[in-house]
Design a protein around this ligand. Structure first.
Ligand code: SDX
Length: 429
């Protein structure tokens, strides 16, 4: 508590609501007693001014373009860390020592296989099913396994389920890709690091050896780091709300995957690349900029804008650097979509509309170009986002369950429908 309070007067009622301060960032007004004291709800569709919980995991300063995971800046973690180290940090709150890291890596590596029955779930899908639809189904199906770790009140069982989720997502994502392209599944190999294992499960074929390119696996690992967690975004809030009822952890992650799929959220990386392909060349950019500004045109510049960042998304800067590294390593020069993306960014950052509305490139703007260069079809882009975000969802789910203030989430509403009226028999309608 801050000792500060917020005065609220509604009609003849005047009350004081307590306020709380965090370690950094905006204070909050605790409105928990508002309805009881005044009979009124707050109204905040989209939760633009609403804090749903206390959290120690990720801090974002949208005006300054700052992103911290347990206090560590994203650029330092992306530069010096690896994805499993960031997973450890998000889950346990501290960077691991060498022995803690080795033990964590070992435990994750030795949970990468899925039950052999899991492969049966894929065969029910059409080959051209969207891989995110397959992931919703198959990750949800994991809740039918592992009955040794479903007591979410037991911290040990929660951590077992958490590690299994982090370990198995790359395997399931690679299986979704292989099924999509009609190639046989490739089993994980325990002598490879997390990102290398994933690239091999996606791109190896039985007919020849697959040698992981260390520059590309480092880029993949960094892309996972950039997508790991992001405060109380839509899919994380979905996982928290689903988990607040005590639901199976794997089912809660499937709910997060479903929410992430939307083009306004994690689906934007696929939509952004499709948009760049549709624009096609720099000559067409002004037409699309005009459409983005037109209130009557639903078109938006995918990969631009953010609910919180009113400055450059710090992840987008690192992603742009990674894009150039990957294209350079692959010898891809003059990528037409990169050319369009960079010119589109240049124009948008100088255009009055985008400046006034504080619309900057977000993480999804450059990720698609990089993932396409790595060999993934656009339909796999959001699957890769979900793979990486699983650790964020899991860390936030654990924090929610351990939070003594948390109980089942149950928002209220402003009812604008019909008042009470009596039934009319069909003969009289
Ligand atoms: C992610 O929350 C997270 O943290 C998400 C994420 C994460 O890591 O989890 O960061 C990942 O989802 C990134 C965002 C990916 N989505 C896109 O790139 C899709 C395109 N962007 C927009 O749909 C939009 O910017 C949102 C959804 C990201 C944010 O929407 P808001 O906060 O609800 O903002 P808004 O829609 O109210 O827009 C404010 C104004 C509007 O104009 P006015 O009504 O005020 O006149 O800005 C305009 C919008 O029309 N606007 C855009 C625009 N985004 C907003 N105009 C053109 N192009 C855009 N991209």
């Amino acid at each position: 508590m801050t000792g500060k309070s917020a005065a609220v007067s509604i009609g003849d009622k005047a009350i004081e609501l307590p306020m709380r301060s965090g370690s950094i960032g905006p204070d909050v007004v605790d409105i928990g007693s508002l309805y009881k004291q005044t009979g009124a709800f707050t109204y905040d569709p989209g939760f633009t001014s609403t804090a749903s919980c206390e959290s120690k995991i990720t801090y974002i300063d949208g005006d300054e373009g700052v992103l911290l995971h347990r206090g560590y800046p994203i650029d330092q973690l992306a530069e010096h860390g690896d994805f499993l180290e960031v997973c450890y940090l998000l889950l346990y709150g501290e960077l691991p020592t060498k022995s803690q890291k080795d033990d964590f890596d070992y435990r994750v590596t030795h949970h990468t296989m899925v039950h052999e029955q899991m492969s049966r779930f894929f065969t029910g899908f059409r080959r051209d099913a969207h891989p995110m639809a397959v992931m919703c189904g198959c990750v949800g199906a994991l809740s039918a396994f592992y009955h040794d770790s479903t007591d979410i009140t037991d911290p040990h069982q929660r951590m077992v389920a958490s590690l299994r989720m982090i370990a198995k997502m790359p395997t399931l994502a690679a299986m979704a890709y292989k099924y999509h392209i009609g190639q046989p599944f490739v089993y994980p190999k325990n002598d490879l690091d997390y990102a290398s294992n994933f690239l091999r499960m996606c791109f190896a074929v039985p007919c020849e050896d697959y040698v992981v390119n260390p520059v590309l696996s480092r880029a993949m690992d960094r892309i996972f780091i950039l997508h790991a967690d992001h405060e109380q975004n839509a899919s994380t809030s979905t996982v928290r709300l689903a988990g607040s009822s005590g639901a199976n952890p794997f089912a809660c992650i499937a709910a997060g995957i479903a929410c992430l799929w939307g083009p306004a959220h994690g689906g934007a990386n696929e939509a952004a690349l499709n948009m760049l392909a549709e624009i096609g060349s720099v000559e067409h950019i002004p037409e699309y900029i005009g459409r983005a500004k037109d209130k009557n045109d639903p078109f938006r510049l995918m990969g631009f804008g953010h609910r919180v960042y009113k400055n450059y998304d710090p992840r987008a800067k690192i992603m742009q650097k990674t894009t150039h590294e990957v294209l350079g390593e692959l010898g891809i020069k003059d990528d037409p979509m990169l050319e369009v993306a960079m010119e589109l960014e240049r124009i948008a950052l100088t255009d009055e509309y985008f400046i006034e509305k504080k619309l900057y490139p977000n993480i999804d703007f450059y990720s698609g170009i990089t993932l396409k260069a790595l060999g993934f079809p656009t339909t796999m882009f959001t699957v890769l986002f979900a793979l990486a975000r699983t650790v964020g969802w899991i860390a936030q789910w654990n924090e929610m369950i351990e939070d003594p203030e948390q109980r089942i989430g149950r928002p209220r509403q402003l009812y604008v429908g019909q008042s009470r009226r009596d039934y009319i028999p069909v003969s009289k309608r």
